[in-house]
Write a protein that binds this ligand. Structure first.
Ligand SMILES: [Zn+2]
Ligand SMILES: [Zn+2]
Length: 262
């Protein structure tokens, strides 16, 4: 079976000979099917017009994006750590320069995910770097291609190494998770996907079921999520796209934002 048909709207990759007529991830009420209908592309097509853009954000943190933008403009973040590197989320394109770059930094010890909007071509990344892919069990039903490297984890926390942790927060998806990294800032850095959505003003975090479709979460869920974050130390934040980085007054802005909900 050939694993190479990519949804142009969200970047999810399917087997060419067993894909749904309309992308399952886009049909979910947290995403959308464009007015013109479903369209598909392939890695070969993407490579003609796109490449991976690598940006150093900190000594031990790199951002990977598709340039020019493709799908929902998602980014992946590469955390360099002593006992092994972690790729947080995936982007739907992997090119030779990126493979070489990551190998020059010691390869990957694991790939870990915030939620299904980033799964894209995760099996291809995992095969290239021969590493496990950590996905929370609550989101198992949203895995479109169950590659052999996928490892489901369960519960609220999973320890990685060098103090890094996966924390399942829920909300956007039942398995929506964040990566907590103790060594990128004083108090701790949270790498979030869109579990928390930083507004363009950078003065408000929203917690929603769907940001593009403006679907809220029940207030009980907001309170539960606020309570989770009250027990997580952090002073630095990276969200799902490059405009969502915040390093000053992060906890204060989070508190003010949550107070608006309740
Ligand atoms: Zn899709
Ligand atoms: Zn999402």
């Amino acid at each position: 079976m050939k694993y190479n048909l990519i949804c142009s709207t969200c970047g999810t990759t399917y087997f060419e000979d067993s894909h749904p007529e309309i992308c399952t991830i886009c049909q979910d009420e947290r995403q959308w099917v464009p007015p013109g209908g479903q369209s598909w592309t392939t890695t070969a097509e993407l490579l003609q017009k796109h490449s991976v853009k690598l940006t150093r954000l900190q000594d031990r943190l790199y951002e990977l994006e598709i340039n020019p933008m493709f799908a929902i403009g998602q980014r992946a973040l590469l955390v360099l750590s002593e006992k092994g590197n972690v790729l947080w989320d995936c982007i739907p394109l992997l090119d030779e320069l990126t493979i070489e770059f990551i190998k020059s930094k010691g390869g990957l010890k694991a790939i870990a995910f915030s939620h299904p909007h980033f799964y894209s071509n995760m099996n291809e990344w995992a095969t290239h770097f021969d590493c496990p892919v950590y996905i929370h069990k609550n989101d198992e039903a949203h895995i479109m291609v169950r590659g052999t490297n996928i490892r489901l984890w369960d519960g609220e926390e999973k320890d990685l190494w060098d103090g890094m942790k996966l924390l399942c927060i829920g909300g956007h998806f039942a398995g929506s998770s964040i990566l907590h990294v103790p060594f990128l800032s004083n108090e701790g850095t949270i790498i979030c996907g869109d579990t928390l959505f930083l507004s363009p003003s950078k003065k408000h975090f929203s917690v929603v079921y769907s940001s593009p479709n403006r679907i809220p979460l029940p207030i009980a869920e907001i309170k539960r999520i606020k309570n989770r974050f009250d027990h997580i130390p952090f002073d630095s934040f990276y969200g799902y796209v490059k405009t969502q980085n915040l390093h000053t007054d992060v906890k204060e802005i989070f508190e003010i934002s949550m107070a608006k909900y309740v």
